[in-house]
Ligand binder design. Structure first.
Ligand code: ADP
Ligand code: MG
Length: 252
């Protein structure tokens, strides 16, 4: 029976994604060192750091296409991988987006978006139509990728990644291949769509201004380690050391 005097405490929601003390070595060199971070439901966490600091390796371990030497990956409090467990990538309910969005050129936009879906055809069609409306590409449903601009193709890739309703979207520098003029718009649109779907996001980037623009929380990485975590304005105003300050200094 519940205590009539003390009001019930809401149980804190576990993070959507949690990484504990991850390590990974290649040829005796530890490129991921004791990395811990988390992504709350519906939030965007940015893993930010210079090229070569271990961001993509961390993301590959979370996706399950690579395996850590130590540490654990948990989703909604359940272990996806640790020393004993390894849930296969296709069972992780994780969406992936990379710079090279790689749509299938011989398939229509509709078929590209439907690619990872199973189930009744009418349901699939309805989901595809809804997603293409969301990314503002309803009119291109029967087009082929080569008829679309780079930005439009990227939005199709986003719709495709969202189609199976992933619990979290892992994005590895997804905007770096895009034209400068388009990039800000596409970043904002992408964010809106992900927020509307309620999908948690772990976004990897080497660009501080992208992290400042998109993140609810930043994990600043350097030389295989997370050196600082916090809200963007907090990290920007209170960099942990001179190197962190210098890294943020050329934001305009
Ligand atoms: P980032 O994404 O931050 O640029 P990566 O995670 O791709 O960094 O790489 C981190 C370091 O690990 C780099 O020095 C890279 O050369 C090395 N590395 C990554 N993958 C491998 C691999 N499969 N074999 C050997 N070294 C690797
Ligand atoms: Mg990388």
């Amino acid at each position: 029976m519940s205590d009539p005097i003390r009001p019930a405490q809401p149980t804190p929601e576990p993070p959507r994604l949690e990484i504990r003390n991850l390590t990974r070595s290649f040829g005796g060199r530890e490129v991921v060192q004791d990395v811990s971070l988390s992504v709350a439901p519906g939030q965007v966490t940015c893993l930010l750091g210079p090229s070569g600091c271990g961001k993509s390796t961390t993301l590959r371990i979370i996706a399950g296409v690579d395996r850590q030497d130590g540490g654990a990956v948990l989703m909604d409090g359940r272990v996806l991988s640790d020393a004993r467990t390894h849930v296969p990538p296709e069972q992780r309910k994780i969406g992936l987006m990379f710079q090279d969005f790689a749509l299938f050129p011989h398939l229509s936009v509709a078929r590209n978006v439907a690619f990872g879906l199973s189930g009744p055809e009418a349901e699939t069609r309805a989901r595809v139509e809804t997603l293409l409306e969301q990314v503002n590409l309803g009119r291109f449903i029967d087009a082929h990728p080569h008829e679309l601009s780079g930005g439009e193709q990227q939005r199709v890739a986003l719709a495709r990644a969202l189609a199976p309703r992933p619990k979290i979207m892992l994005m590895d520098e997804p905007f770096s291949g895009l034209d400068n003029r388009l990039r800000d718009d596409i970043r904002d649109e992408t964010l809106q769509i992900l927020k509307a779907e309620g999908t948690a996001v772990l976004l990897v980037t080497h660009e501080p201004d992208e992290a400042m623009r998109m993140a609810d929380e930043i994990a600043l990485m350097r030389g295989g380690r997370v050196v600082q975590r916090g809200a963007p304005y907090h990290i920007y105003n209170n960099p942990v050391d001179r190197a962190a300050a210098a890294f943020f200094s050329d934001i305009n």
